[in-house]
Design a protein around this ligand. Sequence first.
Ligand code: ZN
Length: 757
Amino acid sequence: MPWHKWWLPVLTLALVCAPLAAQETTPVRYDNYKLVRVAIKHTGQIDQVHALGAQLMSEGEGLGPVDYLIPPESMPALQKLQVPYRVLNDNIQAAIDAERASMARSRAVSPLDPDWFADYKTLEQVNAKLNQMAADRPDLATVFEVGRSFEDRPIYGIRISGPGAGKPAIMFNGCHHAREWISVMVPMWIADKLVYEYDSDARIQAVVDQIEFFIIPVVNVDGFVYSQVERLWRKNRRPAPPGYSCMGVDLNRNYATGWSVPGGSSASPCSEEYHGTAPFSEPETVAMRDFTLAHPQIVATQSYHNFSQLIMSPYGHTTALPPEHEFFMELNKGQHEAILAVHGVTYEYGPTCTTIYRVSGGDVDWYYVERGIFSFCIELRDTGTYQFLLPADQIIPTCEENMAAALYLAEWFTTPVKFAFPDGLPTRLTPDTPENVTVKVIAVGDTLDVASPRLYSRIGSGGAFTESTLIPLGGNLYQATLPPTPCGRTLEYYFSAATTAGVVGVSPQDAPNTTYDTFAVPIVIVLNEPLSTNPGWTTQGQWAWGVPAGLAGDPQAGYTDGTVYGYNLNGAYTNNMPEYHLTTGPIDCTGLTDTRLSFWRWLGVEKSAWDHAYVRISNDGSTWTNVWENPSTTLIDTAWEYQELDISGVADNQATVYLRWTMGTTDSADVFCGWNIDDVLVRGLDPDGCPPVLGDLNCDGALNVFDIDPFVLALVDAAGYAAAFPTCDRMLADANGDGQVDVFDIDPFVMLLISGD
Ligand code: ZN
């Protein structure tokens, strides 16, 4: 073995396990250890940082910002690496000391004392409170044993539910990772509220009566106990394999789905993300697996971790999206909003792998893939300063905001039939033209009657709804066809579907009291550029019309026209490229509202902290407004993607509009394709485009009983009518079409009113 290969594991092993020489009962100290956020730009830098004795403090490790605990003596060496970094916390031991002191003060607190949540708690205290809740409300709560840990400690959970059987169940769990103490307090808070506020809070009572809750506050019991000694311990307490001195397996990398997929866990026993010797090699994950398999009524799980303030859904081990993606995103967003509403704290959300980082062998993927469970992971507060040492005064606010998310989640599962609209719902309709809408329908924890989905629609308000059957498109997809709607008229509609047991669900939720509303208005297209030929737009640098030169990830065909491409950065995503622009000629948007730009894109670009891809708009070709920029994470299209942007703020009713695509890069170890653009369209609504309706004297777009009084006014008092309806046309009262508004129009107007509309 070459020398550089054998010493690396030895060095890593010695340093990752530092500080060493701690007795199991003598607390490990981290005096003056710095919490540092490092901007990793290529993987070689990870090894360099590890060689400084850095301990990984982020949930994942890869390109981008990664947090490490750095021994004070290694700081000069970190500076020499010339890797950008920022010190988040100058002495992590101070936070540990403060936490230990406050825990010591509240050691004797009763499980019933509201102050129980004022400080972090030990496993003993957690278990005592579980037993207290079950003793206080045996009608609602039962303590159960999930299984046993490696060191043979029982893993306890509490089942909470009101009277009745056959309900859907939700499982909340915490502390897969030992040092994540707030992840114990949040599920304990949820259990406490469900039990003790059942009698006083109607919302809690309703949800406890309809849902069966399983709450498992500490999955990694051995690690949690050991974290009282070594506060930043993460893994379980599995002894080191032969030849190594590092203990522990990362339990949230030990589940079977995606186990050991590269980039999302580690095969090295000294890594914080060591996935173990095999899927479910650890008794703690086996306990969670067997418990889940034994309870098929579980429809949702929420696993708590910290830190980062993130709400994450499947998948973790792959960038693919699950078939229920829209429902996961609805639940992510709903939880995000529930949390935000309590203390104004933002938790970002999305599928784990594409939004945040790759997690291989995590519990969320296993629940979903094996059991079809709607599974989530919430990374609790904060975003960096304290990380795992979240100060005790943030325990209760963190619990409060996550209780709101938990209630939202539970309530969502009280009804089985769910709708989603993968392509969205139309904001406007083309007059007199039917419009297809794709509808996704599922029955959570139940079976959908596949023949049941229906559309109910009506033109205008107040009339009867017309029922139509949705056409199955395969899987959980259906097609609804909105009926042709006359220019200027409103269409109201809603959807319904049922389970095989006859439980009906509607969308929107309280339909038909509430409906989806849209209206028909002419759409005017002012730019329709298929880019099959070169339109002669202004290009800079490597922008060119034609065929990409064939760089990594470039499209192999144009979006609509086969071998002819649109505009692209011609095969060149070079490092340190200045911002180069592709600029259209002037576009006339006079008279338009709600102007939209749409185009098909195939883009590969690093995160916005490094590289820039913009779409911009201008009225004069010199002052530019951003309408889109690349996200904070790397974006790599592997297919043509439709992009629609609201440009109304700058384009509406403007005689001159320019559009611009921009690309600029910094240095990079990777190669991306940059922009490729095809089929560019600019369109807007023409609000004056509907022909006037004869007899529509209040000019609301429809002839109806509300036009009678204005008609009379137009007939008897032209000046009064002009004052009352300054934007309307009095000549619409000329019902007999003789060029005058007079008494001879009365009978024709009444005939129009009765027969028309
Ligand atoms: Zn964690």
